[in-house]
Write a protein that binds this ligand. Structure first.
Ligand code: HEM
Length: 183
């Protein structure tokens, strides 16, 4: 039986976002825990500024790509599972996938607002995007706390999702992995 798959564009977007998000989690954690001044001492101001700029740039890119994925999901509905999943697998899958979309839209929005409220530029490659919110240090702190908290939830989701993918791929061998695989 031929496995039904997501479209090639959807599969490519999935794996591009995986790479971007892993990089964002690592660099973001370094930025927040080492801090600007200490990072300048360690690697110099050019590299430090590049790390901030690219964290913001690729974060905004993830936001844009996730919105694109939401639209594509309405146009090209997810293929049916063959063989059909049981009810628990369906429910856990639906919940995890919904939380992924929510987290990967909320995290960059809170990063954007936290950056702008802190009085910093929201950089996207060579452009500075509108901050959308005035300077407010307290609010900036709150937005960054949400940015960090949802990132931790995201890490939990990634572990659960990867575990489930491996289980379908290596244990159940039911073609679920091929739906999103590039090969
Ligand atoms: C999917 C997209 C994103 C992910 C997964 C992500 C992830 C993270 C993580 C894990 C941290 C460390 C949080 C902590 O431990 O306190 C962080 C910090 C940071 N993020 Fe993001 N981020 C994303 C998008 C953005 C965007 C769009 C912006 C701004 C436009 C941004 C700006 C920042 C800044 C400035 C910090 C350092 C905060 C500080 O110094 O306390 N992030 N990010």
């Amino acid at each position: 039986m031929e496995t039904l798959r997501y479209t090639l564009v959807q599969r490519l977007l999935h794996w591009i976002i995986v790479l971007l998000v892993l990089g964002l989690l690592v660099i973001g954690t370094i930025l927040a825990n080492v801090g600007y001044d200490k990072l300048v001492e360690l690697v110099g101001s050019d590299i430090t500024n590049l790390l901030y700029t690219y964290h913001k740039t690729f974060g905004v890119l993830v936001l844009a790509l996730m919105l694109l994925r939401l639209i594509l999901r309405q146009v090209f509905r997810p293929p049916a599972y063959q063989p059909e999943l049981n009810r628990v697998e369906h429910a856990v899958g639906l919940l995890t996938h919904t939380l992924f979309y929510t987290a990967l839209i909320a995290i960059p929005i809170f990063g954007w607002l936290g950056t702008a409220a802190g009085g910093f530029p929201v950089q996207f490659f060579d452009w500075t995007l509108p901050g959308l919110i005035g300077r407010n240090d307290e609010l900036s702190g709150a937005f960054f706390q949400l940015h960090a908290l949802i990132s931790w939830i995201l890490i939990g989701l990634i572990l659960l999702h990867t575990g489930a993918a491996l289980y379908h791929w290596r244990v159940k061998r039911d073609g679920v992995m091929q739906r999103m695989s590039l090969m």
